[in-house]
Design a protein around this ligand. Structure first.
Ligand SMILES: [Zn+2]
Length: 133
């Protein structure tokens, strides 16, 4: 299950941060940004989160997910458009034109809310699984 490994990685990063900050601090919530084209199923990630936090310093922490819409830019006319649901990657103005994804592949750890004062955020290693499936 793809989302469980992502949740486990997020928990590991958050745990590392809280351990470096404090002996006893706990994580109250973790905010992440998930693009619609990242290949991450938000419902599955939320489900996996509850498993991943068990018996860690993140136990009981909430997962706050910011979703980012998928967007493409047309390489012919430069127009940006949302890919929509289900995603379509063409330009609405130029049939057949090539487009490039400009947003929606994010999978970033944004911030941690700790019992203790804020700590430096570790740089996450975002998953680079291709969303084309
Ligand atoms: Zn176009």
């Amino acid at each position: 299950m793809h989302e469980l490994s992502i949740a486990t990685q997020l928990v590991a990063l958050a745990t590392e941060a809280v351990e470096s900050a404090s002996e006893t601090g706990r994580v109250r919530s973790v905010r992440v940004r998930v693009g619609e084209l990242s290949g991450v199923v938000v419902d599955a990630l939320e489900f996996a989160w509850d498993m991943a936090v068990a018996d860690t310093r993140c136990e009981g922490a909430g997962l706050i997910i910011e979703r980012v819409a998928g967007r493409v830019r047309c390489e012919s006319c430069g127009a940006e458009s949302e890919v929509g649901h289900p995603p379509t990657f063409g330009c609405p103005r130029c049939p057949g034109a090539t487009t490039a994804v400009v947003a929606g592949r994010e999978l970033d750890l944004l911030s941690l809310d700790l019992d203790d004062p804020s700590v430096p955020l570790p740089r996450p290693e975002p998953a680079h699984d291709a969303p084309h499936s």
